[in-house]
Each structure stands twice: as C-alpha cells, then as structure tokens.
Design a protein around this ligand. Structure first.
Ligand SMILES: O=c1[nH]cnc2c1ncn2[C@@H]1O[C@H](COP(=O)(O)OP(=O)(O)O)[C@@H](O)[C@H]1O
Ligand SMILES: [Ca+2]
Length: 488
C-alpha cells in the first residue's frame, strides 16, 4: 500500500475548541476552531465503559484540557504546538506554539467505521481549510459505538447492517447537508469478520454497502471491506505517531504500538537495527511512504490472539464445532462459577475448577499453552517503550492500574503483579468480570512469553492522544482522502 506524496497532508492539522450538546444519541459535537485551547465546556461523571452502546452525556470528550495544534507544514508533517497541564512522556517533543487566528473555515468531513469483533464504531473526522494556500487542520472527531459487533449478526446480516445505519444517522446529523455528497463513508471490518466464513462475511458486507448506497454520502468503490491485518497495525501506528508528532521533522522518535482487540492483536514498530530486518520473516515487514518519508515497518496481526479469542483458546473452546452443550473449565475462573458467555454469535458454557486448582500459577500454565512458541519475538523490542491501547487499556483501568481519563505509563511487571493479586484472591474480585484473572494473566503472558518484552519494558497506556481516539481509523481516513484526491 502506498501512502506517499500525501498531498492532502499539505496542510496544518489542529485540534481546536470543542463544544458539545446533545441531539441524536443524546449527543452531538460541534467543532469550532477559533482557539487552540480545548474549552472543555461540560464536565460530569466519567463513564466506565467507553464503548458501550448506551447514550452518554457530553462529558465524554470534554475532560481533556490539553491544548493542541498538530501541523503539517507544506508537504512535511510537523507539530507546532502542544501545551499541556499534565505530564506526558512525549511532551518535550512538541515544538513551540503557533496558533491560527483566522476563523473563516472551509470544513471537510471523513466518516470511517471500525467494524471490530466486539463492537461497531463510527469516527467522524472534521478537517478545516481556511484558504486554498493555507494549511489544513484536523479539527476534531465525533465518536460513537454500538455493541455487539457485526459478526454477532452472522445469521442476520440485515439486522447487523441496521446497527451501522443507526450510527450513520449520527453522521447525517453531524455533517451539514451541503457537504454530504463530498463526504466519503467507509467501513472496514477486522478480526470478527475475518473469522467468519467467506459467505457470511460477504452477506454482512453487502447489507452494509446497501445502507451506504441509500445514504446521501459519497460511497467510494470498495467502501465496505475486510481490513488486512497488517494494515490494521500500520494504520494504528500512523495514527499514534501522527498525533504525537513523531512523523515530522528530522528527529523522529517513532513509538511502537500494541493493539489488543477481541479476536486479534497487532504489534507494529519501526526497526532501528539492520539486524532486526535481517532476522524478521519477510511477511512481517511492510514498506510505505508518508509525509515524504519511507518507513519499513515491522508489523504483524495475530488472528485468534485477541483477548476474547484467547479466553476461548484457554478454555479449549476455540474450535466452534466442538461446543455442543459442553462445559469448559479453567483454573483462571472462580471455583464455584458456572455461567454462559456469548461471543461471535456462539454460546459457551464455562466454569471454574470445582475440585482442582485455581490461582495465578495454574492459570499462567494454562494460558502459556495458548501462547508458547506461537509468536515471533524480535530482539529489538525487549528494551523499547510501546504505546498500548484497546484491551490493554481497558483491563488496566478495570484494576485501577491507570486512570480512565488520563491513562498512564506502566511496566510489564505491573500487569503480572495485578494478575497475581486478582487470581490469588478471586473471591475479592467477585463483582468484577469473572474473566478478570484470565485476562490479566493472558496479557502478562502475551507480553512476556509471546512478544518477549522485559518485566521493565515501559508501556504508555493510551485511549486518546490529544483528544482523538487511538485507533487505526484516523490512519485509514488519511489514506482514504489521499486515494480520493481530496487534497488540502
Ligand atoms: O476507537 C477506539 N479507541 C480506543 N479503543 C478502541 C477503539 N475502538 C475499539 N477499541 C477497543 O478495542 C477493543 C475491542 O477490540 P475490537 O472489537 O476492535 O476487536 P478486533 O480488533 O479484534 O476486531 C476494546 O478494548 C475497545 O475498547
Ligand atoms: Ca480493533
């Protein structure tokens, strides 16, 4: 995939003032770029699950008071501002403040759907161009999600497409009517659909395509598809490194990214050593050009190694044929537990080891069977720091390792410490998810035994960077705008 000579990036990208009020989904966000400071108008209770289908108040995007201006100076991306009232590890990397004051804006939108294995999400990005010769700005993002994901509708594709339509109605509300025809809409599905049969996946995609065709938006060719796993990693890497200003200027200190989804997991980084390139299998390396630079990235997507797929693998239930009323037991679950769990449209019965062992040690051994020897371990990453998001973030929040809004920096050993604490005291964590012990143990084993990270490896747990979701969707939107020749 070529990302190079990104003419649409000949612009300034900024994230400016956001005001909020509710309409559809009780929520609608206006972007107004007349200041470089987030004026977080509304504040309120934090919401525990950022991706639930339930409507939420305006506080969700309002809590960050991080003022930002990310800029692309004609054909080379550069970040020209970041003030922060809190410590961020990339803080020093932002050059000094410059702030556009001309508020007369020409606004563009891009709509990107992420059809993930556990939910479907809409990202509506707003870009502003103040005059043809001026730099373009990424003004903000409107984000909403529904659960479950499309793959849960494998046998009811029309119902699945209906969930997409509900989210798309939100875009109809957010994008001004005179821009509908110029606003591209795209859906990319990830591991949930990759795991379905070709026939079922295509039926779902076809229904979604019909929803798009009936909408007033610009529907590009190939607007509904399954995203290749390696692009999922690359596009998330672009998003994070773009938002943190790492793709600009001479001194690029790009950061590696770790995404832990429900059904697959990705690792992506820019190798620094020739040795790494030599030792890496060819299909783990992908070259692309962006912001006038060529990057040869190490990236791999492990299908079936997402958090929820790993639960099934640990329980020995990954092979769906074998399900038929069987009870799957694990030492990672509370002893007396017997329950049902739905994933990917399939019902599983699972429970604790009533007679046998429970706790961290036996659980770790169980989980190791799923991981040991299955992942490539690049030497170079052992001492590097990585950005980690998705379920790494969620489980760290669930166990108070990090704050929901702020995120934070953890060492790999923090996950292990927490896993031990939870697994060896399951009765104390009864009210939390019964899978908490298994999930934390899996994350620990994945990081240490899977990828080969050190106990002391630093992880920057991040849900949003500069108030934009850390998701592959922003990278995908850049690519979309470029391929459509929507230049700025
Ligand atoms: O836009 C986003 N920003 C941050 N995290 C996200 C976003 N979208 C999904 N996630 C996280 O991804 C995880 C679910 O993975 P997903 O459903 O995408 O599975 P998949 O990637 O295996 O298809 C959850 O932890 C959810 O919080
Ligand atoms: Ca995902």
């Amino acid at each position: 995939m070529e990302y190079g000579k990104a003419s649409f990036l000949k612009g300034r990208i900024s994230v400016c003032r956001q005001n909020f009020f509710s309409r559809l989904f009780k929520e609608r966000i206006f972007g107004k770029c007349d200041s470089c400071f987030f004026s977080a108008g509304a504040t309120g209770a934090l919401i525990a699950d950022p991706y639930s289908a339930a409507p939420r108040g305006p506080s969700r995007m309002a809590a960050s008071r991080l003022p930002i201006l990310l800029a692309v100076a004609f054909s080379s991306l550069s970040c020209i501002l970041s003030h922060s009232n809190r410590e961020m590890w990339f803080q020093d990397l932002f050059p000094p403040n410059t702030c556009p004051i001309n508020a007369k804006a020409n606004t563009f939108y891009g709509i990107m759907f992420d059809a993930g294995s556990t939910g479907t999400r809409i990202h509506i990005y707003t870009f502003v161009q103040k005059s043809p010769e001026k730099l373009i700005e990424l003004e903000g993002e409107i984000f909403e999600s529904v659960k479950p994901g499309l793959s849960a509708y494998a046998d009811q594709p029309e119902k699945g497409a209906e969930t997409v339509k509900r989210l798309l109605d939100m875009a109809i509300d957010a994008v001004p009517p005179h821009l509908w025809k110029k606003t591209p809409v795209v859906l990319k599905a990830t591991a949930g659909l990759r795991l379905l049969s070709e026939e079922k996946a295509q039926a779902l995609l076809l229904e979604v395509r019909e929803v798009f065709e009936e909408s007033p938006f610009l529907v590009p060719e190939d607007s509904v598809s399954i995203l290749d796993g390696s692009y999922e990693g690359i596009l998330a890497w672009i998003t994070v490194n773009f938002l943190t200003g790492q793709l600009s200027g001479q001194n690029q200190h790009t950061v590696g990214t770790l995404d832990l989804g429900g059904a697959s997991t990705q690792i992506t980084f820019l190798p620094r050593f020739e040795e790494t390139l030599k030792q890496t299998p060819g299909d783990f390396l992908t070259s692309f050009e962006m912001f006038n630079s060529t990057y040869k990235l190490y990236t791999h997507s492990y299908l079936g190694f997402g958090l929820k797929a790993a639960r099934l693998a640990t329980l020995g239930a990954l092979d769906m044929e074998a399900v038929g009323g069987q009870m799957f037991r694990s030492s990672c679950l509370p002893k007396q537990l017997e329950a049902e769990w739905h994933f990917g449209g399939v019902k599983y019965q699972y429970g604790g080891n009533k007679q046998g062992e429970t706790g961290f040690k036996p659980c770790y051994l169980e989980v190791l069977k799923v991981i040991k020897g299955k992942l490539h371990q690049p030497d170079e990453i052992r001492g590097s720091s990585f950005y980690a998001f998705s379920y790494y973030y969620d489980r760290a929040v669930d166990t108070n390792l990090i704050d929901y809004e702020e995120g934070g920096v953890l060492e790999v050993r923090d996950f292990e410490r927490k896993a031990k604490e939870v697994c060896d005291n399951m009765e104390r964590y009864n009210s939390a998810s019964p899978f908490l012990c298994m999930d934390l143990t899996y994350i620990t084993a994945l990081l240490k035994e899977g990828f080969g990270f050190r106990d002391s490896t630093l992880l920057q747990l991040t849900k949003k960077v500069n108030n934009i979701e850390t998701s592959w969707t922003l990278g995908a939107t850049f690519h979309l705008l470029q391929s459509l020749g929507i230049t700025y």
